[in-house]
Structures are given as structure tokens and as C-alpha cells.
Design a protein. Structure first.
Length: 160
């Protein structure tokens, strides 16, 4: 199967979902008349935002809603975990962290929500996403390396 690459100048002709593919017929004469590469890139970006903006906003709303539903569970899990740490390793620092988290845990989780939304929006409209994906693919850990890491981790934890 041939691999089609996205063009930063004429990609607008192929990015539309099937329902909106008729728009490319309207844009094609404009693209044929424009010869300036910067203008072509701008037209591409505007069309991309117009088509995928509503979808991104819907996904963002779902993302926020699910995170808000799961926030109490995350808070309880963290409080239980920190309480178990206090019980297992009786130290003042663990007890202090537990007390701070009981008071400030929900604001911490809400701050994390804000940063997650910011990252979601940045990655949604990042034009260099494909290049980053290709670079990250090269950095992906192999299964053998991960197994070796787990064995090493088990050795460390079994010594304690």
C-alpha cells in the first residue's frame, strides 16, 4: 500500500474527513491561483483549525469531564498510599507529606488538570507532531530492554 505524506502547502486537499471532502473542491481553485508558499501554509493551517477545531473541543470536553469524575478516586488512592507509607515507614516526613496532601491534594490534582489541558491543546495543533513522533519512535525502548529493567528493579526491591 502506498504511503501518502502530508504536504504543508497542499495538504488541505486531503485532510478533510469524508463528510467535509466537498470543501476541497471549493478550495482547489484558490490553491491553484496562489503561488506564495507562506500563503499556502496559512490557508492549510486555517482549514485544519476549522475542520478539526470542533472535534478537538469535543474531545477536550470529554477529557476534562472524565478527569473530574476520576479526581476523587485519584485523591483517595493517593491518601491511602501515603497513609500506608506512614504506617510502614514511620517517619516525620511521610506524616508531613500525608497532612499536606490531605489539605492540598485536590488543588494539586486540579493544577495537574490545567497543565494536562494545556499540553493537550499544544499537541493537538502542533504542526511538527509527525516529526516528533518519528523521533520518539527511534527512542522507543525495546521489549528486551524493558524486561532487563524489570529484572534489575526486582533485584533492587528484593534486597530491601
Amino acid at each position: 500500500m502506498p504511503k501518502h505524506e502530508y504536504s504543508k502547502h497542499y495538504g488541505v486537499l486531503s485532510i478533510f474527513p469524508f463528510i467535509y471532502s466537498w470543501i476541497s473542491l471549493l478550495i482547489m481553485p484558490l490553491l491553484l491561483c496562489v503561488k506564495n508558499k507562506t500563503t499556502l501554509k496559512y490557508i492549510n493551517e486555517v482549514c485544519y483549525l476549522l475542520v478539526y477545531g470542533p472535534l478537538s473541543l469535543c474531545l477536550l470536553a470529554v477529557f476534562i469531564a472524565v478527569n473530574m469524575v476520576l479526581l476523587p478516586f485519584a485523591y483517595l488512592k493517593a491518601v491511602i498510599y501515603k497513609a500506608l507509607l506512614v504506617i510502614r515507614h514511620k517517619s516525620c516526613s511521610n506524616f508531613g507529606q500525608l497532612c499536606i496532601y490531605i489539605v492540598m491534594g485536590v488543588p494539586f490534582l486540579l493544577c495537574a488538570q490545567v497543565t494536562d489541558v494545556y499540553r493537550f491543546l499544544i499537541h493537538t495543533y502542533n504542526s511538527k507532531q509527525r516529526q516528533q513522533n518519528e523521533q520518539n519512535y527511534l527512542k522507543t525502548i525495546r521489549l528486551e530492554d524493558f524486561d532487563e529493567f524489570l529484572v534489575h528493579l526486582n533485584k533492587i526491591t528484593s534486597n530491601n
